[in-house]
Design a protein around this ligand. Structure first.
Ligand SMILES: C[S@@+](CC[C@H](N)C(=O)[O-])C[C@H]1O[C@@H](n2cnc3c(N)ncnc32)[C@H](O)[C@@H]1O
Length: 264
């Protein structure tokens, strides 16, 4: 690891960052170490089996480096897990995506998984309110030779999407959009994404099983932040399941993943 990267990583891992982190991460980290588990599977052994058999041996070196770097960051539990990255990487290739978008970058694991899968002239418009975390992973992305594919936009994603729609030229231009950010806006993102993704294009939403809380009894002792966003996740899941503009598939990779294929 080069020394600038190491310095930044040491700076980032200071506890003061946790104080500044959104309440959601702080609460999850402090009240539920169980959520360190990166997968919705209720068997650690089975998840380890998947990682050790099929994921880690095939994980590209830059992703491994970024994963290890992120592990030292105080919010690391929110990073896309290695099996999620592997899934995204393969999906991008399967659909021959070229023009993509990502909402919710953090240190860039899913971003790098996407960038590595795209052709040399592929593009990712990436949005996050926090540039500092993106810049933590950026040296690894640069070293991997894929930084030229990324157009990072700092700030809340919703106004950026509205601007893209207003511009007109982005209408139905994206092959793939990945959403992994504020759960209370998923439905707002969905309405805009539908206008931006091509017919036949894919929108992927992460965390749609929300730590398994979607089936928790009403009196279950959930971390405050899980409880706070649960209704949004439930409402989103119900809405996309009934949305005739998309075909969907929800499945238990990572924290629950929903793929939507735009059909009209
Ligand atoms: C779960 S993390 C993303 C993880 C990332 N996909 C990865 O591979 O590690 C969620 C990210 O969404 C960002 N975020 C939260 N609210 C946002 C908003 N309104 N607009 C854009 N990004 C937002 C947070 O700063 C955080 O980095």
């Amino acid at each position: 690891m080069d020394s600038a990267l190491k310095q930044r990583q040491e700076h980032q891992s200071g506890h003061q960052n946790l104080q500044q982190s959104p309440a959601i991460y702080k609460d999850i980290l402090e009240t539920d170490p169980e959520l360190e588990r990166k997968c919705i599977l209720q068997s650690d052994a089975l998840y380890e089996y998947i990682l050790e058999t099929s994921v880690y041996p095939r994980e590209p070196q830059p992703l491994k480096e970024l994963r290890e770097l992120t592990a030292n960051h105080p919010w690391h539990v929110v990073s896309t897990p290695a099996d999620g990255g592997q899934f995204l990487n393969l999906l991008i290739k399967l659909i021959n995506a070229k023009n993509t978008m990502e909402i919710g970058v953090y240190t860039g694991y899913s971003l790098l998984a996407t960038a590595l899968a795209l052709p040399h002239d592929g593009k990712i418009m990436a949005m996050d309110i926090n540039r500092e975390n993106y810049e933590l992973g950026l040296p690894v992305i640069e070293k991997a030779g894929v930084a030229h594919k990324i157009d990072f936009r700092e700030g809340p994603a919703l106004p950026v999407l509205d601007q893209l729609i207003q511009d007109g030229k982005y209408h139905e231009t994206f092959d793939f959009i990945f959403v992994d950010a504020d759960k209370d806006n998923y439905l707002n993102y969905h309405e805009r994404n539908i206008e931006l993704v091509k017919v036949g294009g894919i929108i992927g939403y992460d965390n749609t099983l929300w730590g398994g809380s979607v089936v928790a009894p009403p009196d279950a002792p959930l971390p405050k932040s899980i409880r706070a966003y649960l209704d949004y996740v439930l409402e989103f899941n119900k809405a996309v399941a009934a949305d005739p503009r998309v075909e969907i598939c929800q499945f238990p990779v990572g924290d629950g993943f929903t793929l939507c294929r735009r059909i009209s």
